[in-house]
Design a binder for this molecule. Sequence first.
Ligand SMILES: [Zn+2]
Length: 374
Amino acid sequence: MKNERMYNEFVELVTTDAISGQESAVADKLAAKLADIGFTVIRDNAGEHYGGDCGNVIGIREGELDGALFFSSHMDRVPNGFGIKPVETDGVLRSDGTTILAADDISGVCAILEGLRQAVASGKPLPRLEVVFTTAEETVFGSKFLDMSLIQSKLGYAFDSPGPTGRMNNGAPGLYDITVEIKGRPAHAGNEPEKGIDAAKIMCDMLSTLKQGRIDFESTANFPILSTGSTARNVVCDFASFRGEARSRNLQKLEDYMVYFKEHCTRVAEAAGAEISIDAFANFLPFYMGEEEEVMVIAKEACEAAGIPYFAQVGGGGMDANIFNAQGMKTIGVATGYTGNHTTTEQLVLEDFYKSGELAAQMIYAYAKRCSDK
Ligand SMILES: [Zn+2]
């Protein structure tokens, strides 16, 4: 059955232009909507950290019950999300084919707003509700700059995953962003090449003997960006660098790989007399929630109450849930009925989308029941 309120809100928000770092038009609307539902709204300065035009939008509603529950979705979208014209055919929304649809993640935003409205209107005693609409999820994770002292919840739902409503994204890999620089020594390539240290060759040796690609069923590594500073054919290459990533859903494996990677590259460089510097930072950490976790049990109960088929499935990308889990808040991704996100064939199954609003409300009730049973 059509939910006019969700449909209209979705169209309103996807036709409001946004891109990572420039979300203020969407943020202003969401701040006003949260205030209308009765939330206290705080806007942080996350954008200042990466040249964005706004920060995260945080909404808090004090509860009648002890306990706090957290919801998030992101306000930005990948490029090609300006001038979106949604077209409905047979219960499915798509763009007109020239842009993305931005159901990733406006459908998540709308599901949360709908769930909050339903829960508040129910008149039931509720826990403290904490909502964060994040910036720049598709690029730098504005959620990294969220002041977690505002957040009391230990459990959270990031409405930001593809697939049918009822799909819980209960795991995602962590990722190291890695840059290696090799310093060799220049020399005349014809007169005295033996006096040089060839950084280009060392880089190639390093990569050709490195374990990469598929490491195991849950770990990968990829180094596609190679460069040397050289412009001269007749000088031994004195500098080379490469950049890539390592991912695993298992933190120990990811850290083991990084130890291996550093040892391997250092050994190859030193054997050739070159200097090496390795810059690696954990862009986000992996997480995995087993079925026994409270955050999963509540999701399952909520699906049952809403008549939605529940299933759990791990994903392959990073998302705000990775950031929140790293801060100690157990968070899973929640699907809202879209597929093909990040492409012009992105689509949103409306029946699933409408159910995702009720799912958010049922999550609040399922959690509230636990609070009042305590
Ligand atoms: Zn997303």
